[in-house]
Design a protein. Structure first.
Length: 105
């Protein structure tokens, strides 16, 4: 039983490491503002088109940054959740009859 728990912890740690290497991108205004982040929800790049930057006012830029950051973080959350769901499903399947206690069949 403890071997299964240890194995599950290892698989969860491996999944988290994989999330660090998955890069996601979101953009607004036809690519004028782009944010890159990892699936572990770390922002790794912010790109603002120079022409847009010169023409936009502060409020517009702030509003669009919030929008694009939320977009990329939502993508990261979805990828992270999918990855963790797979690990959980695998853990429960490996626990035999115990997995049925948690609704897995």
């Amino acid at each position: 039983m403890f071997d299964k728990i240890f194995e599950a912890q290892q698989k969860a740690a491996e999944a988290k490491k994989r999330l660090d290497h998955i890069v996601l991108s979101a953009q607004v205004e036809n690519g004028a503002i782009k944010i890159d982040a990892t699936a572990s929800k770390k922002i790794i790049g912010v790109y603002i088109d120079e022409t847009f930057f010169k023409e936009a006012d502060k409020e517009q830029l702030e509003e669009l940054l919030v929008t694009v950051i939320n977009k990329v973080l939502l993508q990261a959350e979805n990828v992270s959740q999918t990855e963790m769901d797979a690990v959980t499903k695998e853990m429960m399947g490996g626990m035999g009859a115990l997995g049925n206690l948690f609704g897995n069949k």
